[in-house]
Design a protein around this ligand. Sequence first.
Ligand code: C2E
Ligand code: CA
Ligand code: CA
Length: 415
Amino acid sequence: MIKQKKRFDAGELIFLEGEFGSCAYIIESGQVEIFVGPVDSSVCLATFGIGEIFGEMSVIDGSPRSASAKALEPCELIVISSEAISERIDDADPIVQFLISMLLQRMRLTNRAVGQETNLTEKEKIAPPALLSLESQEKKIQTEKVIEKMRVESELKHALVADEFTLHYQPIYELNVRGIAGFEALIRWNSPSRGLVRPDLFMGIAEETSLIVPIGRWVIERACQDLQRFRKHEALAGMGYQDIFISINISGRQFQDPHFFDHLVATVRNYGLCSSQIKLEVTERVLMEGPTALYYIKKCRDLGFHISLDDFGTGYSSLSYLAQFQVDSLKVDQSFIKKMLQDPKTFVITQSIISMANGLNIPVIAEGIENREEYLALTEEMFCRFGQGYWFSRPMPFQDILGLLEDSIQHDKVS
Ligand code: C2E
Ligand code: CA
Ligand code: CA
């Protein structure tokens, strides 16, 4: 932060209402008055003393100063450059930025009312200040986005209490025999106002807040409960589905919950399951979060859970992670599968990833198989062991999955 000192004599003006603010000040010595209106008939809004900051409002939101400042006695001020403030504001969470700008707008409105010693009507007091109506279209869109985000966040909290979440399951196939090896649990939000919402529209928001912790717990609880229901299902008994696994997506932030492991172990035990039937899908991004990730992954594996490295190939230095982290399987991101038959380079990269993992004895799951050509390339040319995708099945509710398994049993019996 660039610091520079300025001195002002008693009575000297520091800045004037209406000017654009290029800096804020911290008072090293002396006293400063903030006032509105003409100098000879001004209205004092506040006086500040040693250690206090002033003049920051217009630096933060780039609006003209809504009050003037003068030294009440000889003052020494530290100048805080606008960059030093704006860089920090620009880096802040958009919701924090929005709240700050709302607060500033309200303070300005108050200053204006005092300055004019006016009788602003009730309507004017609650109306958005002129500033808002002058905002660029871009800023308005940004504001709407932030408000929508806050709305979703608040609705998500309610959704948990109101039991609006549900899990869909997508089968993961052993490709050469085309048999179901397990399922990936994928959360959906059954919102009364929005309909069935896909996770990309709300899990990011949950991850930015601590909401991911209770939502993540709910996912673990429900997935374990459903796995127990699979195992107990009469029609499936003795059909080789006893060893079926469930993959659960885990966000990095969930590991930071001090009760994460206790809850996971207790839940698995509670439903009479074995930890090796649970695959925890973590993305490369989680691994990039540093040495603590290594500790979490190791702890999961020590407790008998399988770790699947999700979205493989989309992060950085993917290959070095395989040497550093012990993982039980890796999932080639669907962007590779989507492009590989159109783009020869992507084909070679996909083939190399699978061949390298095969060489390291790490089973590979190809994500997003949408047609027979992709399936054939993966099995016959790349020797990929597992896969999932719309070509086999879309994610579906638990009851439909039971139906799918029963059908496949019937089919086996007939053929
Ligand atoms: P993901 O873990 O990569 O999950 C795979 C996504 O690919 C799912 O999207 C699935 O529906 C979709 N998909 C599967 N096969 C195909 C295909 O053939 N073509 C195409 N185009 N897409 C396919 P979904 O269910 O919308 O989930 C999106 C992401 O949300 C997931 O990506 C995961 O990162 C996150 N997510 C979902 N459920 C959870 C959860 O319970 N916890 C956490 N932390 N994240 C979750
Ligand atoms: Ca996943
Ligand atoms: Ca994935």
